[in-house]
Write a protein that binds this ligand. Structure first.
Ligand code: SAM
Length: 351
């Protein structure tokens, strides 16, 4: 069964789609919606690579210099070549994909990018994101794992998150963009090969995603950005029924001490304003835009995400875990996505 799904996805991305414009939803968004600091990075990327981009978000978190990054389902390599510039010559980026045609485009343009970027810090591997332990990658060796619109396509999402836990360093993060549904996707949608290939059929109901993350030790998934998806092909829209789909970026930190809820220990952080391109504020997630210099109260989990990760040296930390004050205000469990379908609301968060 898993192989049938994967063969159908390979056929979709290897043979049926040739360009971003062949997609039948608003999953992809254009380069003009990117933050200004990232635009020059994408301008260094080969046009054929850009033209075969099928992601649904932006997987470029700040502070990557010197990091070792893995891209799950890298496709033709757009994000790998962008991340290669962000990690710099002392970092490394490895892209994994199962579709030969996609990888062939990525590999074909490697020499072009070595030339335009000025160094060679990229590798592409053929492989399955459900079988990361079979690749020759050292456990616990990645600072950041990214993925752009791929996990929804996997028939075994438990295996994917197990592999992510296995390969991340302590304090590292899985920063990824994917498609989610506001309810469990009915069988008719799941079994439709076009809807599946378009990243809708395999999308998780958002609350099932949170359960999946918990099962694999990611106890406090943080939503960073989200936007509703439109099905632009009129023939396809009726086939999804009432299900609403969203593209969302989550970050999952590999931190052993996180709790399942935001608990209040009376702690706070002060951002020093020292992360490149984030002089005014640092955005950890949708609910934590931390202004430079401000005493910013945080729950125990947020404190740990900043204190026990690559962000630590950019913050001052106030408090400890000695005294507990109950649940942190605003720790909720409603639908986390914005229902507003206007794209203007997505601002610079889009890809
Ligand atoms: C929607 S495309 C996204 C590609 C790329 N991340 C981008 O942003 O352009 C999905 C990609 O994931 C790859 N993929 C899907 N399932 C996979 C799996 N189980 N293992 C490895 N690659 C997979 C496909 O081959 C395809 O290239």
């Amino acid at each position: 069964m898993h192989n049938i799904v994967q063969d159908s996805v390979k056929d979709y991305y290897g043979r049926q789609l040739q360009h971003t414009g062949d997609l039948k939803t608003s999953t992809c968004c254009d380069i003009s919606a990117m933050p200004a600091w990232l635009k020059p990075v994408f301008e260094h990327i080969h046009p054929e690579v850009l033209s075969r981009y099928y992601g649904c978000g932006l997987v470029c978190p700040p502070l990557l210099e010197g990091c070792r990054v893995l891209d799950l389902g890298c496709g033709s390599g757009r994000d790998v070549y962008a991340l290669a510039q962000l990690v710099g010559p002392t970092g490394e980026v490895i892209g994994i994909d199962m579709t030969d045609e996609q990888l062939a485009v990525a590999v074909k343009h490697k020499a072009f990018h070595v030339q335009s970027i000025g160094y060679d810090n990229v590798r592409f591997l053929h492989g399955y994101i459900e079988r990361l332990d079979e690749l020759d990658l050292e456990p616990g060796s990645f600072d950041v794992i990214v993925s752009n619109c791929v996990v929804n396509l996997s028939p075994d999402k438990d295996a994917v998150l197990r592999g992510v836990q296995y390969l991340l360093k302590d304090g590292g993060e899985f920063y990824f963009s994917d498609v989610y549904a506001d309810r469990r996707v009915p069988a008719a949608v799941r079994d439709d090969s076009v809807l599946y290939g378009e990243c809708l059929g395999g999308a998780l109901y958002w609350n099932d995603f949170l359960r999946l993350a918990h099962r694999h030790g990611f106890l406090d998934p943080r939503l960073v950005t989200d936007r509703p998806l439109q099905i632009t092909d009129p023939a396809l829209a009726p086939r999804v029924g009432d299900v609403r789909f969203f593209s969302a970026n989550y970050r999952l930190f590999k931190l052993g001490d996180l709790e399942t809820a935001c608990e209040d220990y009376g702690q706070a952080v002060i951002y020093r304003g020292t992360i490149p391109y984030c002089a005014e504020r640092f955005v950890l997630d949708k609910h934590h835009a931390i202004d430079t210099g401000r005493v910013f109260p945080v729950c125990g989990n947020t404190w740990r995400m900043l204190h026990d990760s690559r962000f630590a040296s950019h913050f001052d930390f106030i408090g400890n875990f000695e005294r507990h004050f109950g649940l942190f205000d605003g720790c909720g469990s409603k639908l986390p996505f914005d229902m507003n379908t206007s794209l203007s609301g997505s601002g610079g968060t889009c890809c």
